[in-house]
Design a protein around this ligand. Structure first.
Ligand SMILES: NC(=O)c1ccc[n+]([C@@H]2O[C@H](COP(=O)([O-])OP(=O)(O)OC[C@H]3O[C@@H](n4cnc5c(N)ncnc54)[C@H](O)[C@@H]3O)[C@@H](O)[C@H]2O)c1
Ligand SMILES: [Zn+2]
Ligand SMILES: [Zn+2]
Length: 384
């Protein structure tokens, strides 16, 4: 079968790989009909994630058709169209039982750090991902969710990660009616966080990025304010000024370790890698939230340390909430929001690329070329 193949930082290509096999009675094999490239894949692509092995298939955002099921699978049948959450979760451990599917204790040998994630290095369990024609889905009775008949499959594929992550970012912000919410990052996740902030009752939503085309998009799509940090002397000062010097009620980091905007952070975090990615957006979030405010982090950082102003967290009494999204927990609510027309995720898809051209797709998304917001990959078997 055809699949994305990692060859080392900045080098990915499509290659022939063996068809995946059922390894456990609870597995399913899914024939992928669409997969996405995510900002999280860029951390892998840029070589920032430890133990990303050459030969791995990335891809944690995919939907498809159930092709085969293991002997113990009860909730799926061959031929079902399914949304597959990015978390590989057992459904039975103490964490899964609390709905913390992103923190499953069984699906990753490195479980103290993170639960299993499809296509996300051996740090996240070493599972091959869905930027491929077929993929093995462990714990098939837990994650995969049947795509409702009425749902557009372009919306469905965005329910595997981006929509739940943006939504959970807003949820973790504990937004109260009328709150001012600042979202750092106008990528797919930040766009969804801004859109979701209104659903939780925000009174003002401000997005910060430095890519004009994304700022233009989010302004219209999420009907919010959007500003370029390159045109500000200091983003923290800007936010303080515009909030009567109080600071924002809630700040969301939807950028993570690939952040731009500070030479010191970029050199230490992205070039020398002596910290786990550049923590520029997180720094700004902590410094521009009000005293007693909440910083919600969904941007991804590596497992080692980062340069963050922890003293300000203490002195300002800030609450920090952070996690990988627990996709399965949020799906019922998000499906309702889509059906009711309150969320329309597919509008963020800008590129539809044959899987054979996965290398170009990574380059375009990583370098933010051609006004790219969200690329989806279509395998050859899904185009017949
Ligand atoms: N926690 C989770 O479950 C989860 C799930 C999906 C993605 N993520 C993470 O969310 C983050 C965003 O993902 P994405 O797909 O939107 O990525 P993306 O790369 O498309 O978007 C990131 C955006 O941040 C902007 N940016 C860079 N530096 C900035 C700064 N200092 N301040 C404000 N904006 C800045 C970039 O220009 C870009 O538009 C990534 O770190 C990704 O790994 C987390
Ligand atoms: Zn993702
Ligand atoms: Zn579990």
């Amino acid at each position: 079968m055809l699949a994305m193949n990692y060859r080392g930082p900045f080098r990915v290509r499509a290659a022939q790989k063996p068809y995946p096999e059922i390894l456990h009675p609870g597995d399913a094999i899914v024939r992928v009909t669409r997969s996405c490239i995510c900002g999280s894949d860029l951390h892998l692509y840029h070589g920032l994630v430890p133990d990303t092995r050459v030969g791995m298939t990335f891809g944690h955002e995919f939907i498809g058709v159930v092709e085969e099921i293991g002997s113990s699978v009860q909730n799926l049948s061959v031929g079902d169209n399914v949304i597959v959450p990015f978390n590989v979760a057992c459904g039975k451990c103490a964490f899964c039982k609390q709905g913390l599917f992103g923190n499953c204790h069984e699906s990753n040998p490195e479980a103290t750090a993170v639960g299993g994630i499809f296509g996300y290095s051996h740090t996240a369990g070493g599972y091959d991902g869905g930027q491929a024609e077929f993929v093995r889905v462990p714990y098939a009775d837990v994650g995969p969710t049947i795509i409702p008949d009425w749902m557009d499959h372009d919306d469905a594929v965005l329910l595997t990660d981006v929509v739940p992550t943006g939504y959970q970012a807003a949820e973790m912000g504990g937004i109260k009616k009328g709150d001012t919410v600042v979202v750092f990052g106008a990528g797919p996740v930040g766009i969804m966080a801004a859109k979701s902030a209104w659903l939780f009752g925000a009174g003002r939503v401000i997005v910060i990025d430095h890519l004009e085309y994304r700022l233009d998009f989010v302004k219209k799509y999420a009907q919010c304010e959007a500003y370029n940090f390159r045109s500000m002397e200091d983003p923290v000062l800007f936010i303080k000024k515009t909030t009567d010097w109080f600071g924002a009620d809630v700040c969301i980091d939807a950028v993570g370790g690939d952040a731009a905007g500070s030479a010191l952070q970029t050199i230490t975090g992205r070039k020398l890698m002596i910290q786990a990615g550049s923590a520029t957006a997180l720094h700004w979030a902590i410094n521009s939230v009000k005293k007693g405010g909440i910083v919600s982090i969904v941007g991804v950082y590596g497992p080692t340390d980062n340069l963050v102003p922890i003293g300000n967290v203490v002195n300002k009494g800030i609450t920090i909430r952070a996690n990988q999204a627990s996709v399965k927990r949020l799906l019922p609510r998000l499906i309702d929001h889509i059906q009711a027309g309150r969320l329309n995720p597919k509008e963020i898809i800008t590129h539809r690329v044959p899987l054979e051209e996965v290398s170009d797709a990574y380059h375009i998304f990583s370098a933010k070329l051609d006004n790219c917001i969200k690329p989806i990959l279509i395998p050859p078997s899904a185009r017949q």
